[in-house]
Design a protein around this ligand. Sequence first.
Ligand code: 1GP
Length: 247
Amino acid sequence: MLDKKIRRWRHVFKLDPNRMLSDLALEMICKSDTDAIIIGGTDGITYENTQQLLDRVRKYPVFCVQEISKIDAVVPGFDGYLIPAVLNSGDTNWFLGAHHQALKAYGDFIPWNHVLLEGYLTCNPEAKVSRVTKANTDLTVDDCVAYVRLADRLYRLPIFYIEYSGTFGDVEIVKAARSEVSSARLFYGGGLTTEEQVKTMAPHVDTIVVGNLIYFNAQRAVQTVAWVKKNQQRKKVKRSQVKKRQK
Ligand code: 1GP
């Protein structure tokens, strides 16, 4: 069941089927000890380029899911499927219209145990996803808190995804989301290129998503896995020290 799998994700890579990646870089990413690979993107996504990338990733034993942005690009054979619902989109198509159409056409064939809806908050006005979805990215901390309550408390979505695609985000927004999330997994993606940035965001979220860095410095992208997991180790050690002191 995908909902159980995502509970163990601390770090994931996002690969874009519409971008070139050498075999060597792909191998490094797939063998990096990341928890999963997400295949998806905003522009130029087709059945063919998604299938080709899945076939290349399948040479490695890494868990691989598709993030669906176009219904005619859905490829069978992934370990799971993530469906974004853009909470701050100015066009309801990106929140429910496309989803309704997809279920109307293919609703009898959905492997429900392997599908999850992601409540997306897209925060970088320059990102393609914000432009395409006509997102209102002018968000205060209070807006963010209200979106978390909407997604996590009212709709009970399994994932709340803070998306700053292409730029490093506002940690206050992320902290506000952390303080309000009750059962959703909190994902953060956007502009992570240095250990300092990873150390700033990772403690406040459940899952770190790294995308763009793969395409200009795959070696450094691989390092982000250790940066995230080292942080997690430190937290575990701290927790066990506190427990010992309490005994
Ligand atoms: C993009 O959230 C991911 O969808 C990761 O963002 O590409 O900026 O790393 P970057």
